[in-house]
Design a protein around this ligand. Sequence first.
Ligand code: HEM
Length: 392
Amino acid sequence: MSPRPPSFEYDPFSYEIHEDPYPTYTRLREEAPAYYNEKRDFWALSRFEDVWAAFADWQTFSSAGGVSLEDTAAISPDMVITMDPPRQTKIRGLVARALTPRRVARLEPKVREIVTCHVDRLAEVGQADLITDLGQLLPMEVIAAFVGVPEEDHTQIRTWTEEMLHREPGSSDVPEAGVKAFLALDDYFRRDLGRRRENPGDDLVSGLLDAEIDGERLSDGEIVGFLFLLALAGAETTTKLIGNMAVNLSRFPDQRAKLLADESLMPSAVEEALRFDTSTQLMCRTLTRDVEMHGCTMPAGKKVALIIAAGNHDPREFERAEVFDIERKIQRILSFGHGSHFCVGASLARLETRVTFEELHRRLPGYEVDRGACVRVHNTNVRGFSSIPIRW
Ligand code: HEM
């Protein structure tokens, strides 16, 4: 069966889609639930149930061909996120055991101390940038503490990861600055491995250097890949979620007022922020066999975008799906994936976001977001801002 030609285009590389993808997601779900983009040669699934089921079926929807629609060959280290079980399961276990909900809960006092320190510093001035002065500091500090990266290098690592994320309009290639940033970060991590090998500590990297899977040590490439993943998947996505949540609370002042009046709503507000405007819009898979869906045959070997953010707005799963409602009772959510690659940092991301808004609301309750002055990041997987001016 050939795909039903849709009467509209979904191009995740276009800056207009980055600005507001949600009307297009509605058309995808309703008019082309198995969508084929001929120009860029990929398929897309957008209904909640389809995306959920595809995440669970790694034998058919493989991660080994990469998880981005972009041509990221120039900046792709050996990452667990682009492997299939069983090796992926074993390697991720080495890090996942440090990030179980119980272990993460023990980090709360430390996370609160970091946030309080940053917010106190901000309280002395009347304006700031929610991303550069707060949202991007905490996730990097927490990850860096795990990995053992010294504080003086945090800014440089953040700059490199930002450069790796940026894409030019309509282009599926990584710009030269992004490739340079990748090479610089790769070199940084590899030199760090050498130092850690000579002087092991009790940090995550020393643990990975020491770990064995099926009697074999991890390769340097696999360890470096993990560090990339933590810097990109761990820090950037949390920063962008914090920013998106602030912007949506500003767009919907009744919801913000409700949250300011009742802090016990914070966990469900974070969950709704994850559903309504998540920082990871889609993850890609490669088909290992032909798959029939919604009257179309998606052929083996083709890339399929699993559009998390479209599934999170599916009215088949969520009542009044287009309404931002911080009291919503959410049973299932796609924002952290599902199945074998389910995000190992989900508890940490939730904790960091909740504590950030608790402290922000306690100490600077009158802060206002200058929505017209926000600067958007342009990337097919990640949605969010690199700058969000606020004043109080
Ligand atoms: C709001 C913040 C975050 C979002 C939206 C997010 C989203 C995701 C998603 C959707 C996946 C699944 C990828 C796939 O199926 O292909 C994933 C995987 C992953 N995430 Fe997160 N993440 C966040 C925060 C974090 C944090 C804080 C960490 C680390 C401390 C982290 C580490 C990882 C790792 C290592 C994987 C790969 C797991 C695997 O391949 O087995 N993430 N994340």
